[in-house]
Design a protein around this ligand. Structure first.
Ligand code: UTP
Length: 407
């Protein structure tokens, strides 16, 4: 893009203020500013014109594959799943590009030490668990790790410094997710400095596109991978590459599976699996009316009673089919440091603008079907979002102790 084209573009998008300090910049700074402007994915603008609401769609309950049914078929599911893993059809996709702002830890969340008497890192827990499956299947499982450009180097260095916790490095690939600009409440992109846009990771929904951009699709094809198990970094009891979950999804002939737990209370802040206009979908807790959150079946169970724990299995073929489809953009209010019109840096105490994210949970709605696979909350769900209180280091440690994990 030449200067005139860039200026026209910004004028058309009412973002020409980004060039406000141009006269004060040296050549290097100008280049940084121009390259950041040229790289903007303007898809975020869609968030300001999103008028399709959940209220406009037909939401219906969906029943999970219950624990007792899973138990009854456990041998069959396990053998189907293990066979798929042995044949190299499964890979793992670790979402580790988040900023972990609520935890307030300035390194990648996976580098957090949850141990008390010994070192026990979140990445280590995930790897050690996967190693159990690797041994059972007698096959390495490719692991792709998505970082942001902010935490990429720290993540790679951490794995190298710990010898990948015993994993085979030939089966580990890191890649970087894209960034989105952050705006003020009027949709004007904020400047972090006179020559840099305020950018933040674009959410956990863009992972497949970022993987393709990183050239990893060739690797997926070359290895013959058919299933991708996507999961969050911050669940210390996350059971990934779970042969029974893989086996059940294959046995049901579905395009996806989602691990779910029974909601602890009607107002628990988890997204619930449901159907939306006949397709699988996830209703976020803040999208649910009180009536929906508290509705019960005849047997007293909550109608929308199964919460997702960010552990999904997707058919790789289907992901390629939907790769170009637009995903909804979610708007999150945030405190965004910026420079004001005089070029003075401001560190806001209160949210002053928006960041824009796509979310992996919206991928579920792009699938024809999904197996809601129930798991035992105390065994598989110990997220660390905060230091104390709900979904915290304290609660995760208690749950880990309950599973016999020595801290
Ligand atoms: P969260 O929604 O908890 O976000 O991420 P976060 O950034 O880690 O934490 P807060 O909200 O700032 O406190 C859920 C999962 O999605 C990943 C995270 O790393 C985590 O595994 N994620 C989130 C990404 O990979 N990229 C993103 O842009 C956002």
């Amino acid at each position: 893009m030449n200067f005139k084209e860039r200026k026209n573009l910004l004028e058309g998008k009412q973002q020409v203020h980004l060039l406000r300090f141009l006269d004060q910049l040296n050549d290097d700074e100008k280049q940084i500013l121009f390259s950041q402007i040229d790289a903007v994915d303007w898809g975020f603008e869609q968030a300001f014109h999103n008028d399709k609401k959940k209220e406009d769609t037909m939401i219906e309950e969906i029943d999970a594959l219950h624990l007792d049914k899973i138990q009854a078929d456990s041998e069959r599911y396990r053998s189907i799943g293990l066979q798929a893993i042995k044949e190299g059809k499964l890979c793992l996709l670790l979402l580790a590009g988040g900023q972990g702002t609520r935890l307030g830890f300035d390194k990648p969340k996976g580098c957090f030490n949850v141990g008390i008497t010994k070192e026990l890192y979140i990445f280590q827990l995930l790897i050690e668990h996967t190693l159990d499956i690797v041994r059972a299947a007698d096959a390495w499982i490719p692991l792709y790790i998505m970082t942001s450009n902010i935490n990429y180097q720290d993540t790679v260095t951490f794995f190298e410094a710990h010898d990948y916790f015993g994993y085979n490095p030939a089966y580990v690939h890191f890649f970087v997710q894209e960034l989105n600009p952050a705006t003020d409440f009027n949709g004007k992109i904020l400047l972090k400095s006179k020559y840099e846009l305020a950018l933040s990771p674009n959410g956990n929904g863009g992972w497949f596109g970022s993987m393709v951009k990183a050239g990893l699709l060739e690797d997926i094809h070359a290895r013959g991978i058919k299933w991708i198990n996507v999961f969050a970094v911050d669940n210390c009891l996350q059971r990934i590459a779970d042969p029974m979950f893989v086996g059940a999804t294959i046995a049901y002939g579905c395009e996806s599976g989602a691990k779910v737990v029974r909601k602890a209370a009607p107002d628990e802040k988890v997204g619930v699996l449901c159907t939306e206009d006949g397709r699988p979908s996830i209703a976020e807790y803040y999208e649910m009316t009180e009536e929906m959150a508290t509705a019960r079946k005849e047997n007293g169970d909550l109608k929308y009673g199964f919460g997702v724990i960010l552990n999904y299995l997707f058919s790789e073929k289907k992901l390629e089919e939907i790769a170009d489809a637009h995903m909804p953009i979610h708007v999150v209010e945030k405190k965004i440091p910026y420079v004001d019109e005089n070029g003075t840096p401001v560190k806001p105490e209160q949210p002053n603008g928006y960041k824009f994210e796509t979310l992996v949970l919206d991928m579920v709605h792009m699938m024809e079907d999904c197996v809601p696979y129930e798991v035992v909350r105390e065994r598989e769900f110990a997220p660390i979002k905060n230091l104390h209180g709900v979904d915290s280091l304290d609660s995760a440690r208690e749950l880990m102790r309950g599973c016999g994990i020595e801290l």
